[in-house]
Design a protein around this ligand. Structure first.
Ligand code: PLP
Length: 446
């Protein structure tokens, strides 16, 4: 931070030259990469040097380049809406971030709307009245009045949408957690036959946060389009982990969150395929920021951090997907060697390379979590949003998993800081947890 009365005007070092310089030089990720840039404070230091953090689907450690860009952005004094030089510098930094986020998902920068996170992005879009104004000067095409969302969506979709009761229905999923597209097609056909004035909005996440299962979004979009339905996909868990191209997916709108790909918490985005979607009653009105979709002075450091995280995740994607899939496979084969009866949820479906959800018979997730935490492993039971509450996972329940098995479900999610030593540390700790488990000892003795 610059001392004295002169405040910096220049945007963070994020220009195209800087981006090009970083290209190729992206984080050669070494074991416990986080150790190289520990946050301030003794506790953080201890955490960084002794623990294996396997909870990247809950949130990712911030990438060092992100933290650096954010601290530069924090030192910028201007409001991005101001016309003076300080304001223009802040605006410039936001527009660079917009380009970086757009590049991650094959969108145009002008079709990105920044929000306070994935939850807000989903809550903004999932509203009756969303309409497609393409080719219609007065936006006459029917606004959506029925939401069809998959049963395994994140709670911020299932519970955070704004459709009244009776106008939102869950698309069932099969035992692998894949949405039932035959059901979707039949439901859309029935809607067309019985309520011809109604238009549906289909919401199908690209990848599940608990199991990592990748959904058939492209196929769902083809079906939806035949019936004139609009399509939204929550790509919060997929972005930065698998290739993402809004055109190829054929959806109308995607939603993203920065903190799942090495960016800061509290910033996300709505990504439109075209500028044709409209909503008469937008939730946040005021200063008209973000093309009127999201009023409020922009979170400059957060947005800048999101841009750098999107850029870094995009550059590293191909290599990281292979590296993480190998680590994930080692973790799963290690667990199965320790406890052959372990179920790996969604293993028969395409999955994110970084995620493994599993349960060993006789193991209670909450007990195992505590033991693993004491052994220096950070992971999760089911979704992070419901951890701390002993609650059956709605995802596993929708997949028809036996309640006794889902009570033992753990999720390991790997990311840019994960290395082989983390997997070894986990397997050693899980072996001890299994050995100490009274149910398993009783089973072995019987
Ligand atoms: N969607 C999915 C699939 C998620 O996993 C999450 C967070 O866990 C969200 C949405 C919410 O994102 P945010 O934490 O940015 O509000």
């Amino acid at each position: 931070m610059q001392a004295g009365c002169r405040l910096p005007l220049r945007p963070p070092r994020l220009g195209r030259a800087a981006i090009a310089r970083r290209r190729g030089a992206n984080s050669s990720i070494s074991c416990r990469a986080i150790e190289r840039a520990p946050p301030d404070g003794a506790i953080a230091q201890v955490i960084a040097t002794t623990r294996a953090y396997l909870d990247h689907n809950a949130t990712t450690p911030v990438r060092p380049a992100v933290a650096e860009a954010m601290s530069r952005a924090l030192a910028m004094p201007g409001n991005p809406s101001s016309v003076h030089a300080e304001g223009r510098a802040a605006r410039g930094a936001i527009e660079i971030a917009r380009e970086q986020v757009a590049a991650l998902c094959g969108a145009k920068p002008s079709d990105i709307v920044f929000t306070s996170g994935g939850t807000e992005a989903n809550a903004t879009i999932l509203r009756p009245g969303l309409s497609d104004c393409s080719g219609a000067r007065d936006c006459v095409r029917a606004p959506v009045s029925l939401l069809l969302y998959s049963a395994s969506e994140h709670p911020c979709v299932r519970d955070g949408h704004h459709f009244p009761a009776g106008q939102a229905e869950a698309i069932p999923v099969d035992q692998n957690g894949t949405a039932d597209l035959a059901w979707l097609e039949a439901r859309l056909a029935r809607l067309a036959a019985e309520q011809p004035g109604w238009r549906a909005l289909v919401s199908l996440h690209l990848a599940n946060n608990e199991t990592g299962v990748i959904q058939p979004v492209t196929e769902a979009a083809v079906i939806a389009r035949r019936f004139g339905a609009l399509v939204h996909s929550d790509a919060v868990q997929a972005a930065g982990k698998i290739p993402l191209d809004i055109e190829a997916l054929g959806v109308d709108v995607l939603t993203l969150s920065a903190h799942k790909l090495g960016g800061p918490k509290g910033v996300g985005a709505i990504v439109f395929r075209t500028g044709a979607l409209e909503l008469a009653d937008k939730p946040l009105r005021g200063g008209g920021q973000e093309r009127g979709w999201r009023a409020g002075t922009e979170n400059l450091p957060g947005i800048v951090g999101f841009g750098v995280a999107a850029h870094e995740a995009g550059q590293a994607l191909a290599g990281e997907a292979t590296r993480l899939a190998a680590l994930r496979d080692r973790l799963e084969s290690g667990i199965l060697a320790l406890a052959p009866g372990t179920a790996i949820f969604g293993a028969q479906a395409p999955r994110l390379p970084n995620t493994s959800a599993f349960a060993t018979p006789g193991v209670q997730a909450e007990t195992a979590l505590i033991m693993l935490d004491l052994a220096g492993i950070g992971l999760s039971s089911g979704s992070a949003c419901s951890s701390g509450k002993v609650k059956r996972s709605h995802v596993l329940s929708a997949m028809g998993v036996d309640p006794a098995m889902s009570a033992g479900a753990l999720r390991a999610s790997l990311g840019w800081t994960t290395c082989e030593a983390d997997i070894a540390q986990f397997l050693a700790a899980y072996a001890k947890a299994l050995a100490a488990n009274p149910n398993r000892r009783a089973q072995a003795a019987a």
